[in-house]
Design a protein around this ligand. Structure first.
Ligand code: NI
Length: 204
């Protein structure tokens, strides 16, 4: 499955950390799986493997289309176009990070298993039963396609902690990051958890 043309594909972008607006927008369905979509998938796979990451959604490289790639040990590399998820009722908590929010990881509660339907690179229908890590990656990436960051899935306490860490990150407030619009000249919150500004809280 890892027959990826490494180096051969040109990158369409980087992932660390990019494109605030597209990261928070709902991505469009792919209408026709053509050469440009396949090219996008090769680019995304390359970017993901270089990062390295276990998943990458097109909005993370600035492309507002419903496409993601994944790379999970024991399972390999894959990609899905126009994914739809069916989630289990039972959940588990595990650690998660995001290439678009570098350097941070937090525990997130999510359904343990997921049935994914979508299309492959030829436009054919695919269906994958996933559990544990793969199911988590699927959910994280489909969230990206819906403009949802995993920060929004955190408990209230962890979200406060995340916002505090984000404000201390070296990329905080840089143009084209998902924090664009929050200026770095805003005072950093004091230890009091009430001092998070409304703009920052809106992110999480
Ligand atoms: Ni992510």
């Amino acid at each position: 499955a890892s027959a990826v043309r490494r180096r051969a594909a040109r990158l369409t972008g980087t992932v660390a950390p990019v494109t605030g607006r597209v990261l928070r927008s709902v991505a469009r369905p792919v209408r026709k799986v053509d050469r440009s979509v396949r090219r996008l998938m090769y680019d995304m796979t390359e970017t993901m493997l270089e990062a390295p990451g276990q998943g990458l959604a097109a909005p993370q490289i600035g492309v507002p289309l419903r496409v993601f790639t994944y790379h999970v040990d024991e399972i390999g590399v894959g990609h899905v176009i126009n994914p739809v998820l069916e989630l289990s009722a039972d959940t588990e908590v595990d650690i998660e990070g995001c290439l678009s929010i570098p350097g941070l990881t937090f525990d997130v509660e999510r359904p343990i298993s997921a049935k994914l339907k979508g299309q492959d690179a030829e436009g054919g229908a695919i269906e994958i039963e996933a559990s544990e890590l793969l199911a988590r990656v699927f959910q994280h990436e489909v969230d990206h396609l819906d403009g949802v960051l995993y920060l929004q899935r955190l408990t209230k306490e962890l979200r406060k902690e995340a916002m505090s860490q984000i404000r201390q990150a070296e990329w905080f407030g840089m143009p084209d990051t998902f924090t664009a619009g929050i200026t770095s000249s805003e005072p950093k919150p004091k230890d009091s958890s009430d001092s998070v500004t409304p703009k920052a809280a809106e992110l999480a």
